[in-house]
Design a protein around this ligand. Sequence first.
Ligand code: ADP
Length: 259
Amino acid sequence: EEAQTSFLEPLNPSSIVKKVIGVVSGKGGVGKSLVTSMMAVSMSGKGYKTAILDADITGPSIPKAFGLSDNGVGMTPNGLMIPAVSATGIEVMSANLILDQETDPVIWRGPVIAGAVKQFWQETLWENVDYMFVDMPPGTGDVPLTVFQSLPLDGIIIVTSPQELVSMIVGKAVNMAKKMNIPILGLVENMSYLSCPDCGKQIAVFGESHIDEVAENYGIKVLARIPIDPKIAASVDAGTVEYLEAPWLKDAVDAAEAV
Ligand code: ADP
């Protein structure tokens, strides 16, 4: 409860974000941005005004997935950033939208990264957002922890893949969330299996998943298993992620709605 009072207030008095849901992972490349994007797409599809705050400052991949370019962010006369808006109306704020060169590496240190996230939260004109999804910095180190502490998260979703030491990663994320009193909506396992295009059989490419045991150990739910699918990679590449169907996220969407 104590932690709640130290959360930052948006500088703009008319900023309203009703629910903030963080998407976390143990490392980069497991599909955290994909899950963030698809959760936003699903909620927006249900009629909620939806936003994405891309807090993965050093690997910002949200704009590309939505086909947004670097001139999408505006500025109000009193210096607030106006988020970019995707084709279907999802508001996006990301370092990729304000840096000159998309390919410039971001080599900022932890405090600067955390500062940028705070600015995205405080100094952006977020108006009447029903659901904001935060693509958190990967890992469970200092940077994600600081971001955790500065945003009023209403819940988190943990994304894992079967190649990882899932139990350890989930344990760390659970501890971090517990310390901050933030509810864990559950686990999403990405790249869970491959469906054979000819026979439909599910192939466990990275071996059998241990996600159910891990979830049970920590008393949390498995919300989704997402297959490896070339269609997913292709739509992220083409910037058309908002036209991808995400039937596998149904339980995760229900959990977000119940927050
Ligand atoms: P993270 O945010 O964890 O770094 P991303 O969501 O950016 O990971 O995913 C990493 C890469 O893997 C992206 O190119 C993405 O398109 C691809 N990818 C993610 N999930 C899948 C999947 N289930 N099937 C195919 N490609 C995927």
